[in-house]
Design a protein around this ligand. Structure first.
Ligand SMILES: [Zn+2]
Length: 1099
């Protein structure tokens, strides 16, 4: 319909006017900005983009605000779907070894002259066998020095570079002249920055928030220091490739992408059908608005032995590195006038065979390896010998042109040959590339769980960074002066988080000491963001007055985080809130744009307390026992847990007081009843009556009764009180021996034993009160590992006829287990067959199939970052996750989640020492059971599962919990009342991804900010209301001024995701349009002069 409208003469006229105005503004900008070094291509890029912008703005103004997605939505169709390719590969006998070859004369393209671009590169891992700093000192600093010197020496040599973290380290040491030489090389086009994120991120276990943030950080750095905006993505080492990341790369603005590690079966099939280059499409993108031009390499590995063509024995002769005393696999000899003819023929033959796998006879030949080109001599050896070969080939009547090139050179040549119609000529592809297998039965699915402590720490830092960004930015936008120290702390933390997205960091596939180095860096990052939150909240509290001056001068902190990590390998610990003659004040920061109404738990030193909200109104509370860490059957007499029902509006900080009270006074926290079973000692407590008599194990709220196995204490099922129906939800824990496994691989799981074996009985504790009921099971294994499984029901939430919820946490200790996997199994009576669902990068949930004919258990595991589910016509059972795990569905209705792994073996993929440094980890989940109506069934055909809004919100709460702080007793409670709502508001189905400053921390004049929002896909349901309201009704349009009331936003511009490309600005009165599944980025400019004046007036 909108096509008809857009062609009306009036609209056409408007379009012409808009384009003219934009082009005029653009030409003006060209004159204004001539300092950029890589200007010509950049500007070309912008012109193209501006025209697109005008069209999109037309489109946006006519697009209604979308809310939910109808359940009968169908998937976008594609020429190739990875699911069907995998099926075909399995049924074809699974033959796909080595590198594929095709007959040379099979396509018309081979009739065109062969064009070859040899792309020298050096793959630099920011941490793997050595730490990032060790690598920089021993290798990378020299490699970058050499690139500058040798590209200046050899005028036709090229190079590509990817990791911005290393550029930043090098930049700090480089002289101004050296920096200028680097910038000049980039400007010349011979040194291309590919990817250019802070790192080359993993694609399986990362969350999209952190991936996007490290692209913003890397690209902002590149723009400010080098004046360059990367155009091509180079992801050659991540272990499998994700469609969510492809989508993000498109939103970032990459024009082309190279991927490498995909299952050898995929490589084989894509190659034999000449589909190695494709438009990667999303299942939900029916309009094909966001495809990514993707080039997949055909070869098994990216080293020189594999990249010149299909024959590794031949390619080995063309790696010319020769360092005296160094082992070399290469068989190469220097190229001389005597051997050049023979060698050139051999090399060209390989090039031709490889080119036959693509459609256009233009060939990309990466020429590098890990940490290569660290010696100046290697540049000379590779350059001089290859140059002789190129010269010889190009001089013969062989219809071939071979030269050094960059990715840009290659893609330009492809576009030139294929013409403007290229995108339409490419086959389309849907699906993703997990799990990855490089050869035989080696499945890289162990790393989905490897080092869960670090994986959890990363999510904690991401959540706190996001929260710190929001509170810092909102204050920064509205006050007279920037807190430069806080801004620096934010940048520091962001870069630790960015570093950890590296494909050997978050994956856990590094040596133990390197993994410890990452933990330490994440922990330091956490400290930094906590300080930002505390400083900023304190600044709000002390907006003016004498105390503020005292505090600022003394750099004092009068507010403290309630939960702290003492060391980089210890679990966060709640601090004891001292309730003495004065009430203690607890501040709760809600960084979500959703109002929250939930239970908060703090530890106090007194069993009889009353909790009040900021207006002095008593709130409901319950006091629970705390158990001694050295003995799970003994109750502490000095510390208690108080759980209270907190209402915290969206993006705000609320204050609660906890005061001493009398046991029977009105409003005093109600004591929980306690049952203790198992264990030798009978618990005594001066406060709680402890029942040790055997009894039925259950917990309940208004919606459900959850019942537990009387012997193991583990969950068996729930009864829905609304329908009296019993639903099987059997939870169990196993320890498996792991064979052919390592940091990367998951092989066979055998010798499966329940965590509870023999006669040992677990300690079981039941704690029941008016606000919550919970059960704790302390289950140990004969070998030594143990799990403390806690399941809780919240009695304060409104019940729903369609959804039941349990909160699960597992404290997992691998103890002395060796070569073992600790697995949680959930058995339901869902008739799910071989199908289950797991999310990709927290962005979309895709269908997975359990293929029983695959050779190892590891082949049936997939990554899940935030959700894994099984469903049938009746019910959907989702397990929401707060970190990434390897997940599978070994039998109908069953889900398996690998919680922990301790592997001493080397799986032959790089890490020598296995995974033995394994701290205890605390892993939280939400188990959600949702009824499904008959109308939902068409959706089951889709490859994408659309979670309900309820599921999305629970996931947000699990991942971004309320942040509890405690105010120092010196701080006047009256001052705390100043802590008010932060000015940020979004439609209920739009999530705030990030709100952060854009310019570097040291820029005091910064006035540009990034606003990133996401509208997730969700199933249309009219029964999705919870305590914080329904989101089923159509949402009214929102202007930017509505989103940030009270902030003097002067201009807004839509941008690509990492701010590489920005559309012309619009006034903040313009509507903010975010379509379903879009992650939209906006560059905001704030008029600080006006903000300052306003702040002064207010004061
Ligand atoms: Zn790597």
């Amino acid at each position: 319909m909108y096509r008809v409208r857009i062609l009306q003469p009036r609209n056409l006229l408007m379009l012409v006017v808009v384009v003219c105005v934009l082009l005029t503004a653009y030409v003006h900008r060209l004159h204004m900005k001539t300092d950029g070094t890589a200007a010509s291509w950049r500007e070309r890029n912008q012109t193209k983009h501006l025209v697109g912008t005008a069209r999109r703005q037309q489109h946006e103004q006519q697009t209604p605000q979308l809310t939910c997605v109808p359940t009968d939505a169908v998937d976008a169709k594609a020429d190739v779907d990875t699911y069907s390719v995998f099926l075909r590969w399995m049924h074809a006998g699974r033959k796909s070894r080595g590198s594929p070859t095709l007959p040379l004369t099979a396509t018309d393209a081979t009739l065109q002259p062969l064009r070859v671009f040899v792309v020298p590169h050096s793959h630099n891992d920011p941490g793997w066998l050595h730490t990032v700093d060790e690598y920089f000192d021993s290798k990378t600093s020299h490699i970058l020095d050499n690139i500058v010197a040798k590209l200046e020496q050899y005028a036709d040599m090229t190079f590509i570079w990817t990791e911005t973290v290393f550029l930043d380290m090098w930049w700090r040491r480089a002289t101004p002249t050296m920096r200028a030489r680097f910038v000049a090389l980039v400007g010349s086009g011979r040194l291309e920055i590919t990817g250019g994120g802070w790192v080359m991120p993993d694609e399986a276990v990362t969350h999209y928030y952190s991936v996007v943030d490290q692209y913003i950080e890397g690209h902002e750095w590149l723009w400010h220091n080098v004046g360059v905006r990367p155009r091509n993505s180079w992801q050659i080492d991540p272990f499998g490739h994700s469609s969510s990341i492809a989508y993000i790369l498109n939103l970032v603005g990459f024009e082309n992408a190279v991927i490498h590690r995909i299952h050898h079966g995929f490589k084989w099939h894509l190659a034999t059908e000449r589909n190695l280059e494709f438009r990667w499409r999303q299942y939900w993108d029916a309009e094909d608005a966001r495809p990514l031009f993707t080039h997949a390499t055909p070869n098994q590995h990216y080293t020189m032995k594999w990249t010149c063509g299909p024959d590794t024995a031949v390619c080995s002769n063309f790696d010319f590195r020769h360092v005296v005393g160094e082992f070399r696999e290469s068989m190469s000899v220097p190229i001389t006038k005597h051997n050049v003819a023979t060698k050139a023929r051999q090399l060209l033959d390989q090039y031709r065979q490889k080119a036959a796998l693509y459609r256009h006879n233009v060939l990309l030949v990466p020429h590098g390896d890990d940490f290569r080109y660290d010696k100046p001599a290697e540049f000379d050896q590779q350059y001089v010998n290859l140059r002789r070969l190129f010269a010889h080939i190009n001089a013969q009547p062989w219809d071939a042109d071979v030269r050094f090139g960059t990715l840009q050179d290659y893609f330009d040549a492809v576009h030139e040959r294929e013409g403007a119609l290229l995108p339409a000529k490419l086959p389309t592809l849907t699906g993703d590339f997990f799990p990855y297998s490089d050869e035989r039965t080696d499945y890289w699915s162990g790393f989905y769980t490897t080092r869960p402590f670090n994986k959890r720490l990363e999510r904690l830092l991401a959540s706190r960074l996001r929260a710190a960004d929001v509170v810092f930015t909102l204050r920064d936008m509205t006050t007279t002066e920037r807190d430069a120290d806080a801004a620096e702390l934010l940048t520091f933390a962001r870069r630790q988080l960015g570093l950890f997205q590296h494909h050997d960091a978050i994956t856990g596939t590094s040596e133990d000491h390197v993994a410890d180095d990452y933990s330490r860096k994440l922990w330091l990052g956490l400290h930094a963001v906590d300080r930002v939150i505390l400083r900023t909240v304190q600044a709000y509290a002390l907006a003016d007055g004498h105390l503020r001056d005292v505090v600022t001068r003394g750099n004092m902190t009068l507010i403290h985080m309630n939960e702290q990590m003492r060391t980089y390998q210890s679990l966060p610990l709640k601090q004891l809130v001292g309730v003495r003659h004065k009430a203690a004040h607890v501040l709760l920061y809600n960084a979500l744009t959703l109002p929250r109404h939930e239970l908060v738990r703090v530890h106090v030193n007194h069993p009889h307390v009353v909790v009040r909200d900021g207006d002095g109104v008593v709130v409901r509370s319950q006091v629970n026992p705390l158990w001694r860490p050295d003995d799970p059957t003994r109750i502490s007499d000095a510390a208690f847990e108080v759980a209270f029902l907190a209402r915290v509006p969206a993006t705000s900080v609320a204050v609660f007081s906890v005061a001493k009270s009398k046991p029977d006074a009105e409003g005093t926290a109600v004591k929980a009843s306690v049952v203790l079973l198992g264990g030798a000692a009978s618990a005594t407590s001066s406060v709680f009556a402890v029942d040790t008599s055997p009894q039925e194990l259950f917990i309940q709220n208004d919606a459900l009764v959850a019942w537990f196995d009387s012997r193991s204490g583990f969950l068996q099922g729930v009864t829905d009180k609304n329908t009296s129906e019993n639903i099987q939800l059997g939870l169990d824990f196993h320890v498996c021996k792991s064979r052919h496994s390592g940091a990367y691989l998951l092989g066979d799981l055998h010798a499966r034993e329940p965590l509870l074996v023999g006669e040992s009985s677990p300690v079981i504790r039941l704690v029941k009160g008016p606000l919550a009921e919970e059960i704790h099971v302390i289950a140990g294994h004969v070998v030594s590992g143990n799990v403390i499984n806690t399941i809780a029901v919240d009695k304060t939430q409104a019940t729903s006829a369609s959804a039941l919820r349990l909160d699960i946490s597992n404290l997992v200790d691998a103890g002395d287990l060796v070569n073992r996997e600790v697995i949680m199994q959930l058995k339901t009576d869902t008739n799910s067959g071989d199908t289950f669902y797991a999310d990709l990068n927290g962005l979309q949930v895709v269908k997975r199939t359990t293929y029983r004919m695959l050779p190892t258990d590891g082949a049936r595991f997939y990554p899940a970052t935030s959700l894994v589910a099984v469903q049938d016509r009746r019910v959907r059972v989702s397990l929401l996750l707060s970190q990434t795990h390897a997940v599978a569905s070994p039998a109908t209705g069953t889900l398996e989640v690998i919680l922990e792994r301790r592997i001493a073996e080397n799986d032959g993929k790089g890490v020598s020492g296995g995974v033995t440094s394994v701290p205890r980890s605390l892993q939280r989940h939400t188990l959600l059971v949702e009824r499904r109506g008959l109308q939902r069934h068409t959706a089951d055909e889709s490859h994408v599962l659309r979670p309900t809004m309820r599921s999305h919100r629970l996931s947000q709460r699990l991942n971004d919990p309320l942040i509890a702080m405690v105010a120092d007793a010196q701080l006047d409670p009256l001052l705390l009342k100043r802590v008010v709502d932060l000015p940020l508001s979004l439609p209920c189905d739009v999530q705030l991804v990030s709100l952060r400053p854009l310019l570097p921390a040291d820029s005091a004049a910064a006035s540009e900010y990034a606003l990133l929002v996401h509208r997730p896909m969700y199933e249309c349901r009219d029964d999705d209301a919870d305590d914080t309201g329904s989101c089923a009704a159509p949402q009214p349009a929102t202007s930017f001024a509505d989103v940030l009331p009270g902030v003097r936003v002067s201009r807004v511009a839509r941008s690509s995701l990492s701010f590489l490309k920005t559309d012309p600005s619009v006034p903040p009165s313009r509507m903010m349009i975010v379509n379903s599944m879009e992650i939209a980025a906006f560059r905001l400019e704030v008029d600080h002069k006006r903000a300052r004046r306003q702040a002064v007036d207010t004061n």
